[in-house]
Design a protein around this ligand. Sequence first.
Ligand SMILES: Cc1cc2nc3c(=O)[nH]c(=O)nc-3n(C[C@H](O)[C@H](O)[C@H](O)COP(=O)(O)OP(=O)(O)OC[C@H]3O[C@@H](n4cnc5c(N)ncnc54)[C@H](O)[C@@H]3O)c2cc1C
Length: 324
Amino acid sequence: MRIAIIGAGIAGLSCALRLQDAGHGVTLFDKGRGAGGRMSTRRVETSAGEAAFDHGAQYLTARDPAFVTAVGEWAAAGVIARWPAAGDDAWVGTPGMNAIVKYLADQADVHWRHRVTAIRRSDAGWHIALSSTDLAPSDLSPTNSLTAGPFDAVVIAVPAEQAAPLLADHNPVMAAEAEACRSSPSWTVMLAFAQPVAIADDIIRHAGIIGWAARNSAKPGRHGPEAWVVQATPDWSTTHLEDSADSVVGRLLTALADHAEEPMPEPIVRAGHRWRYARATAANHGALWNAEARLGAAGDWLLAPRIESAWLSGRMLADRMLGG
Ligand SMILES: Cc1cc2nc3c(=O)[nH]c(=O)nc-3n(C[C@H](O)[C@H](O)[C@H](O)COP(=O)(O)OP(=O)(O)OC[C@H]3O[C@@H](n4cnc5c(N)ncnc54)[C@H](O)[C@@H]3O)c2cc1C
């Protein structure tokens, strides 16, 4: 089969690699500039060196035996290391969380900066409508329109809210599943400092409007100036969703300063990121696959809002596709 996968996050990539291993041809399309999805790492040049922030997922745990095996492989490849500060079973990507997705994407055929706007079906198969500023000639159809295909099967591996409109015209049942799933947002603030910050712990959990704060530069394999990632609680993020990034940065910086034993130095990086769809209320199906239409969906929203679950969902979908 020639298979298109929309979304090259951990779910789309775990699905892709399993299908590839079974001998199928897989092409992934992702609107992002590079590997990560919700496991992204942002890097900022500063006068004190490059500051790095894992501004999405903070760490992962592995319980399922298949995922434990995958994590072992990533550890052997040097793209993941234990982070005891977060727990005995906590792992982080090295040198950034996005290293895991990058490692998987390097084994696949991923077209970055390709936003899929619609999927269409013809007698020849599935066609993918794209919007992109830098499409290569090989991405264009014979009519030079922004489409790719035909493909024998399509997998949608994006957050539920973004999956629903793509599914709507083709499978109302799957679209309804995606529509029923709601993700909570997360306002995330990135701060770097040229001097050390006098906060004793590397991690602060559930403290007022802070859901989680971590000294990112203390994770294994990190270099550069002291960097903090501060996430607001889901409730606060929901209430303040449409606030400006500047005002959110100010509020979370003040909340972080409450934990410092000395006045905080002035940040040399201050930035906010609004994750509209951070953590899904999962539908618990594992994955969705319609063998007749050859249309599937995978992602954390089909299992649980965690990296392990997203990876498992992609793999479950691949197994269903291979079985059917
Ligand atoms: C702030 C935050 C903190 C978190 N903390 C943790 C944690 O500590 N531990 C943990 O286990 N999990 C955590 N999570 C959850 C974890 O990040 C996700 O469960 C997991 O990364 C989901 O993977 P995915 O592949 O399903 O989706 P994603 O990572 O969202 O991948 C989907 C991909 O689809 C692409 N895309 C979307 N729409 C389109 C389109 N129309 N066309 C093309 N491409 C498209 C996106 O660019 C993205 O790369 C956190 C998430 C957030 C946001």
